[in-house]
Design a binder for this molecule. Structure first.
Ligand code: GLC
Length: 734
């Protein structure tokens, strides 16, 4: 029971002048009981399905308002027409665009996740939205997944820390967070129909922990069912995932909302855990949880208690979001929100290479700068598809650089390349995936763009190349996966030629997922930036010119080739699936877990990120009494000449496990800011789950007696301190 909703009395007590459900001094469960018993069957059914594109419910007779939802994880999406996807074209729905999930995850700063959730929650209040359809937290199983940008990367622990922070920040602002997409929506290819087959341990240890933490620690009151199937049953009405795991095991008290159009059957929706069917057009009562459900109840096919439980869960969401008692006013487009957006963007930028110390750019030395690349002038916030943001401000990379450089140097821009503009042809390929006609640049156009860019490079002291993906179709986009990991257009060739024309070149990648870098040896400096929201260009400029010391760490492995990736080892069977089913044959070995187990060298490892300063580690202590409650302590010193932040990562390594286990797993981290010469001690707690694996035969987590390596490092492949800890006795842990 949610603490705030505890204390349900057996029979409602009415205050003198108003019915219990309208009395804010009474416990919410009591108010819901009172309201439920006043509702007719028709009114209850109206509460469990959409009454508009992003609206559900309402019971006018009893003063129960609509429940308003809005995408998406990066901010409150603009208004659509009431009953369609079409945009309403209003002028009062501009918002702050927050950076995408991968950008937030790359900050490894849970406090920023709280701040981000809080800011979006405040903007949701200002826009009258009860539920935000976010965070998105599916694990990156393949870097080809079209929505990788939306998520928090490949690791369950990092994902869970970002999720908990985001949910707590948002729900503290009377806005309900909706964890999505539950579960196993790890590809966009055939997302609406693909059936996922994955073993129980991988499900529990890799794909569910973020959701589990979001519910148990974060207190999330909404969960969105995924489009795909799991073990043959649609996730929007899945007996095992929703009734057994989410509601029974985890004690979830909120509402399961379908993804839009993700509901396929009245009986399953009624009995297998769906509480609110969203998506679809008027007449909404004709949906699976409308008239057919009501008729099923009248015929005795479904007990009334099934409907009452759904209504109760939706009412909990309505009450928790101030729907019955008035909402916080919230705020939108404030300087505070812009500041958070900028801090998240900057803290998530990852310095991948700086071999000659070219960064940060010294403007006393470089007096002419060529900014080259179409990504420098693109705006990405609208590109999040269902989560597209109409931001009242989005600073491009070029604008950020121009603003920062001012008159200190001459800046010229050359497009260098043109992304293929994708126009949907409306046709579908063999797998039913939308195909497109892309008017890629002709060889003549590409040649002309290249030559102009090379001329600009030659005549400048410094080149800042800004490329990456387009956040359009086949290149970081919802609904379609990427076809490969290469940079689109002729960027690879252009970067190599620019580096020959001018060795003082910084390569900035703006993307939401990993890319290949055949030109890496030729580039002395490389930054991974992301779709960074309203202040993206200013955040990038602050890192380029040293106002901010980069502290981002990769939330996922960057492979040397797609063929090194675990999801791509078994042909179509393992991705994107065959005969309608995709098999996660790699099991637990997702991301760095695979690269470790198979001893494959990545291009850049999970958790990697450089700084403009250096850090040394020392004095490791692993504290504990042999039980699974332990702690890792060590000291970190800023051994360089600039203030900076470091993310100290703690990996746990079972030495002689009795079952297959990853070589090591991230089980804690701490982000610290240090002045030059400063030393601080960090302490990372470990608990039962830090050591445990999921035992299907026990239906629980086992912390097995034995020795564990405790590895402390600056990335998953840069271990600075090693210790060990021995668990005395095997225990079942929560
Ligand atoms: C979309 C997405 C989901 C979004 C929903 C409403 O298809 O899968 O993330 O929240 O529909 O737009």
């Amino acid at each position: 029971m949610i603490p705030a909703l505890a204390g349900v009395l057996a029979t409602p007590v009415f205050a003198q002048d108003k019915p219990a459900y309208l009395d804010p001094t009474l416990p919410v469960e009591q108010r819901i009981d009172d309201l439920l018993q006043r509702m007719t069957l028709e009114e209850k059914v109206a509460m469990v399905h959409a009454s508009g594109e992003f609206r559900a419910g309402s019971v006018p007779r009893l003063g129960v308002p609509f429940l308003w939802t809005a995408d998406g994880p990066q901010g409150v999406r603009e208004e659509t027409k009431l009953d369609s996807w079409d945009l309403a074209g209003r002028t009062d729905d501009y918002v702050t665009a927050m950076p995408v999930g991968m950008n937030l995850a790359a900050s490894w700063n849970p406090e920023l996740a709280v701040a981000c959730g809080k800011a979006i929650g405040e903007e949701a209040c200002a826009r009258g939205k009860n539920v935000m359809l976010g965070p998105s937290l599916n694990i990156m199983r393949t870097p080809l997944c079209g929505r990788t940008y939306d998520y928090f990367g490949e690791d369950p622990w990092l994902t869970s820390r970002m999720t908990v922070g985001y949910v707590k920040g948002m729900q503290a602002e009377q806005t309900v967070a909706c964890l999505k997409h539950f579960a196993l929506n790890n590809q966009e290819y055939n997302r609406g129909t693909v059936n996922v087959e994955v073993d129980e341990r991988a499900l529990r240890e890799i794909y569910l922990p973020g959701f589990e933490a979001g519910v148990k620690e974060g207190g999330a009151l909404a969960v969105m069912g995924a489009y795909n199937k799991f073990r043959g049953q649609h996730c929007c009405h899945n007996e095992y995932l929703l009734n057994q795991v989410l509601k029974k095991e985890w004690g979830f008290q909120g509402a399961v909302i379908s993804d839009w159009g993700g509901t396929h059957d009245t009986r399953e929706a009624a009995l297998y855990g769906l509480d609110l069917q969203m998506g679809g057009r008027a007449p909404h009562d004709e949906c699976f949880l409308g008239r057919p459900f009501r008729e099923g109840i009248l015929k005795g096919e479904f007990p009334m208690s099934v409907l009452d439980d759904k209504v109760r869960r939706n009412l909990r969401v309505l009450f928790a979001s101030g729907g019955m008692d008035g909402r916080l006013p919230g705020s939108v487009n404030t300087p505070a929100h812009l500041a958070i957006s900028r801090q998240v963007a900057a803290e998530g930028i990852v310095l991948l290479k700086n071999s000659t110390g070219l960064l940060p750019v010294d403007l006393s030395r470089y007096k002419s700068i060529a900014v080259i690349g179409e990504n420098a002038v693109l705006k990405f916030a609208p590109g999040h598809n269902s989560a597209g943001i109409k931001s009242f401000k989005e600073v491009t990379a070029l604008d950020g650089i121009l603003a920062r450089v001012g008159g200190a140097a001459n800046v010229q821009f050359s497009k260098g390349f043109r992304h293929p503009e994708i126009h949907w042809s409306g046709k579908r390929d063999h797998a039913g995936v939308r195909t497109s006609d892309s008017n890629a640049a002709t060889p003549e156009e590409a040649k002309a763009l290249t030559e102009r860019a090379i001329r600009a490079a030659r005549e400048s002291d410094l080149v800042i190349f800004i490329g990456g993906l387009t956040h359009q179709s086949f290149a970081d986009d919802e609904g379609v996966d990427r076809r490969d990991l290469s940079l689109p257009a002729n960027q690879d060739d252009l970067i190599a030629r620019l580096a020959e024309a001018n060795p003082h070149i910084v390569v900035v990648l703006i993307s939401g997922s990993p890319v290949l870098m055949p030109w890496l040896e030729k580039a002395p400096a490389v930054l991974q930036s992301w779709y960074g929201g309203s202040e993206a260009g200013n955040a990038l400029a602050s890192v380029l010119f040293g106002d901010v010391n980069p502290s981002g760490k990769l939330p996922c492995t960057y492979p040397k080739s797609l063929g090194d990736e675990p999801a791509h080892q078994g042909g179509k069977r393992t991705y994107p699936g065959e005969n309608g089913t995709v098999h996660y044959d790699e099991g637990l070995l997702v991301g760095y877990r695979w690269f470790d187990a198979k001893n494959v060298e990545p291009l850049f490892p999970f958790g990697f990120g450089l700084s403009y300063t250096t850090f040394t580690y020392g004095n490791l202590k692993v504290i504990g009494d042999g039980s699974s409650t332990a702690a890792v302590e060590c000291e970190v010193t800023n051994s360089g000449a600039r203030e900076g932040a470091e993310v100290v990562q703690v990996y746990v390594q079972p030495k002689l496990p009795s079952v297959l286990r990853p070589v090591k797993e991230l089980k804690g981290f701490a982000k610290i800011n240090l002045k030059p010469g400063e030393t601080t001690k960090i302490r990372v707690p470990l608990n039962g789950r830090s050591f445990a694996y999921y035992a299907p035969e026990k239906k629980g987590w086992v912390a097995e007696a034995g020795e564990f390596g405790i590895l402390v490092g600056a990335s998953s492949r840069d271990i600075r301190l090693s210790g060990s800890y021995t668990l005395v006795g095997t225990t079942l842990v929560q």
